[in-house]
Write a protein that binds this ligand. Sequence first.
Ligand SMILES: Cc1cc2nc3c(=O)[nH]c(=O)nc-3n(C[C@H](O)[C@H](O)[C@H](O)COP(=O)(O)OP(=O)(O)OC[C@H]3O[C@@H](n4cnc5c(N)ncnc54)[C@H](O)[C@@H]3O)c2cc1C
Length: 415
Amino acid sequence: MQRRDFLALALAGSVMETVFAKNRHARLGRVVVVGAGYGGATAARYVRMLSGGRIEVILVDQNANFISCPVSNRVLGGQRTLEQLTFGYDALQRQHGVKFMRGSVTAVDADKSRIVVAGKPLSYDRLIVAPGIDFIYDDFPALAGAQEQIPHAWKAGPQTRNLQRQLLAMPDGGVFTIVVPPQPYRCPPAPYERACQVAFYLKTHKPRSKLIVLDANPVMTSKRALFEQAFRALYPGLIEYVPGSELQQVDVATRTVKTAFDTVKSTVLNIIPPQRAGKLAQDCGLANVERRWCEVDFVSYASSVLPHVHVIGDAIDSSLPKSAHMANAQAKICARAVVDLMLGQAPDPAPAYANTCYSFVDDRQAMHISTLYRYDAAKESMQAVGASKLSDHASVEEGVDADAWARHIWDDVLA
Ligand SMILES: Cc1cc2nc3c(=O)[nH]c(=O)nc-3n(C[C@H](O)[C@H](O)[C@H](O)COP(=O)(O)OP(=O)(O)OC[C@H]3O[C@@H](n4cnc5c(N)ncnc54)[C@H](O)[C@@H]3O)c2cc1C
């Protein structure tokens, strides 16, 4: 090699190095994440990690703490307390430099790339929205104002505590009714897991009581054979399961519901209302599918409505189960894509991820379903790869696995 060539190469190398070093420390911009639940908190953590700290991340939530819906049915069974499911955002701030801001987001102005938090504007280069779900009370408006008497407990927190209080206060011989909404709703197997947890408590403490499950769906929406087996084997004569029971009337004062088949008066009434994307998604026009769910591109989770806005988690329109595991997986794909886009690179054109969902049937035994999904470019959606894998039966070993699943996902979201 000529001395001149060598010098040129060395110079080019040092220029590259300087550019690289400069890029490494350059701020690539700001990502604001709205909603610090399973989807949002994961996305915030991963944008910081995958950008090597070069993207500023502000995570906004109306609540000060993260309270996990997964495992919250076990509060009713008496195996967990809500405190054990409540976590702060300190590790995200300390370990990853995520900036946490508490406040309710009331508007998204995509033209000006800013949102309104607690009445004040906050600008972004890219916005990730993960508002979870809200409830539809159009058919039963009285229910909206009756949350003290008839809690849904479908967002873990004060309502979980309220439902547990009502269960504890119920006399032996009382009737506990769970009303399951039509699909799609958050976490398909969770109503049946809740039935098992309530039944476990009743069997142990108030064996003359009855649990009625009024399901608007024609059959159980997830792990059907396994739940039917659990109902039969563990709670014979205690659980009455009535499929095809769409709600027709509700009398709040007497906790009485009417379906096509039955009129049921309950001591404790747990109506899980139909759902749609969180209110913010409705208010800012992101929920463009039947004014209910948000349409996204599954490669980057970019909204099909607002530029530079991404949506993840329960709020999106898809045939995927609405689960914490899914929200967490989508958040990682979205975070990778957002970092790539801010670096001027194309996102991975063929993302894949799995969903695993455990359900406890009593105090120790659990069972699971898991499915692998891959992006199908022709259908522009995530498609299941092969059949789902299901447990043969619930077991104590799977109960241990279920606890490990919860610990791992909490770490992946918040630690
Ligand atoms: C009883 C029950 C059991 C479940 N069990 C499991 C399970 O075992 N496994 C599993 O995988 N999934 C389970 N799920 C489902 C899981 O909880 C949800 O799928 C998951 O929480 C969805 O994550 P997300 O980020 O979309 O929404 P969320 O986790 O609900 O987060 C949304 C966040 O957005 C915030 N927010 C909303 N609007 C605003 C606003 N305008 N301004 C500021 N903040 C806002 C909320 O405060 C909240 O923190 C269960 C659900 C229930 C109800």
